[in-house]
Design a protein around this ligand. Structure first.
Ligand SMILES: Nc1nc2c(c(=O)[nH]1)N[C@H]1C(S)=C(S)[C@@H](COP(=O)(O)O)O[C@H]1N2
Ligand SMILES: [Mo]
Length: 326
C-alpha cells in the first residue's frame, strides 16, 4: 500500500525509508516553494544572458533531495543492478539488456525541452530550468510493466504539476503530450520500424496534475542512468510502465487526446489510459499477477487495481467504464 500522511507537496525532514533498505543517502531539507519560483524566473534570464546553468548534481553524480511520505510499504526495493540492467527503451533495442549496453551513446548534456501549445508561456528550456533541482524529493514507487513484471524503485525528482504549472496552461489545454528524443546515430534501435518514432505519450491534464505524477531525474540517490531515461522521464505509478516516457524533449499542451505510441501500434492491446487493472486482461495474457524482478525466478505478487494507488487516483475515473477506457 501507499502511505501518505502529509500533504503531497509538503517535504518532511524525517527519513521514511527503513535503514536496512539502503544506507547511501544524503537527505537534506529543500528550501520550498518560494525558491522554486525564483529558480524558474532566474533560469529564463540565465538562458538569455548565457550564464552557466545552475548546478544540478554533485561531482560524483549524486543528488541532494528530501524524502516524502510517498512510499510503498509492501515489498523490498528492487536491487539497483536489476533497475539499471533490465529495461525497456526500444530506441536502443528490444532486448531487456540492450538499453544498459547501448544507451551510453545518447548525449544528455546539454539537454533542452520544447514546451508548446495552449499555455501562457512556451519556449525552449534547458532541463536545469524546467526542474527545480533545489527541491528534489524521493518517492518509492512501484513500476508495473504491461508485460506483467514489476519493480520497486526509489525515484528522485519533482511533482509533474510543479513543472507544468509554471507554463500556466490555458483552459484549452485538456491533455498534455510528451515526446522522446530521437537521434539515429545515437539510438541504434530506431533504425528498425519497431515503433513509429519518436516515442510519444500523453495524459489528461487532470491526471498529469495529480500529486502522484512525477518527473524523475534520478534513482537510488544518483542522476538517472541513460537506460532509465536520462535526463528526465515521467513516472506515472498507477499506469502501466509504458506511460512513463523516457528522455523527454517535448511537452505540448493540447486540446484533443494525443497520439500515443503503443496505442498507435496496437490499439486493441494498448489504450490511451492504460491504468493498471488486474481485472482487464491484455488480449494475449492475464494482468492478474506479476513477476517481481530481482527477487528470484518464482517471486510473484497479485497485481492491484491502479497498481495499489487507487486511493489517490480513483476519483479521476469516476463514472468512466474502465473496460472501455483501457
Ligand atoms: N522513450 C521510451 N520510453 C519508455 C519506453 C521506451 O521503449 N521508450 N519503454 C516504457 C516501458 S514499456 C517501461 S516498462 C518503462 C521501463 O522503465 P525502466 O527501464 O526505467 O524500468 O519505460 C517506459 N518508457
Ligand atoms: Mo512496460
Amino acid at each position: 500500500m501507499l502511505i501518505r500522511n502529509t500533504p503531497s507537496w509538503q517535504l518532511t525532514d524525517k527519513d521514511v525509508t527503513p535503514e536496512h533498505l539502503y544506507l547511501n543517502r544524503r537527505s537534506i531539507m529543500a528550501a520550498g516553494g518560494a525558491l522554486a519560483a525564483t529558480a524558474f524566473a532566474g533560469a529564463c534570464s540565465a538562458q538569455d544572458s548565457g550564464e552557466a546553468a545552475p548546478h544540478t548534481a554533485n561531482a560524483d553524480g549524486s543528488l541532494n533531495y528530501a524524502t516524502t511520505d510517498y512510499r510503498i510499504t509492501d515489498g523490498d526495493l528492487t536491487p539497483v543492478e536489476a533497475v539499471t540492467g533490465y529495461n525497456n527503451f526500444y530506441e536502443f533495442g528490444t532486448g531487456k539488456d540492450d538499453p544498459a549496453r547501448y544507451a551510453d551513446a545518447m548525449t544528455t548534456d546539454p539537454w533542452s525541452v520544447e514546451v508548446t501549445g495552449h499555455a501562457a508561456r512556451t519556449g525552449t528550456f534547458a532541463v536545469e530550468d524546467l526542474v527545480d533541482f533545489s527541491a528534489l524529493e524521493e518517492r518509492i514507487y512501484r513500476l508495473r510493466c504491461v508485460e506483467a513484471w514489476s519493480m520497486v524503485i526509489p525515484w528522485i525528482g519533482v511533482p509533474l504539476s510543479s513543472i507544468l504549472n509554471r507554463f500556466e496552461p490555458t483552459s484549452d489545454a485538456r491533455y498534455v503530450a510528451f515526446e522522446t528524443y530521437l537521434n539515429r546515430e545515437e539510438m541504434r534501435g530506431v533504425r528498425f520500424p519497431v515503433l513509429d518514432w519518436p516515442y510519444r505519450e500523453g495524459l489528461r491534464l487532470d491526471e498529469a496534475m495529480n500529486p502522484l505524477a512525477f518527473m524523475a531525474v534520478g534513482l537510488y540517490g544518483n542522476v538517472l542512468p541513460n537506460q532509465n531515461g536520462a535526463p528526465m522521464r515521467l513516472v506515472v505509478p498507477w499506469k502501466y510502465g509504458f506511460k512513463s516516457i523516457k528522455s523527454i524533449v517535448r511537452i505540448s499542451f493540447v486540446s484533443e487526446e494525443p497520439v500515443t505510441t503503443w496505442k498507435q501500434s496496437a490499439p486493441r492491446e494498448y489504450g490511451f489510459y492504460s491504468n493498471v487493472n488486474p481485472e482487464r486482461s491484455h488480449p494475449r495474457w492475464s494482468q492478474a499477477s506479476e513477476r517481481i524482478i530481482g527477487a528470484g525466478p518464482f517471486a510473484r505478487r497479485d497485481t492491484e487495481m491502479f497498481n495499489g494507488y487507487g486511493e489517490a487516483v480513483a476519483d479521476l475515473y469516476a463514472g468512466m467504464d474502465l473496460n472501455e477506457n483501457y
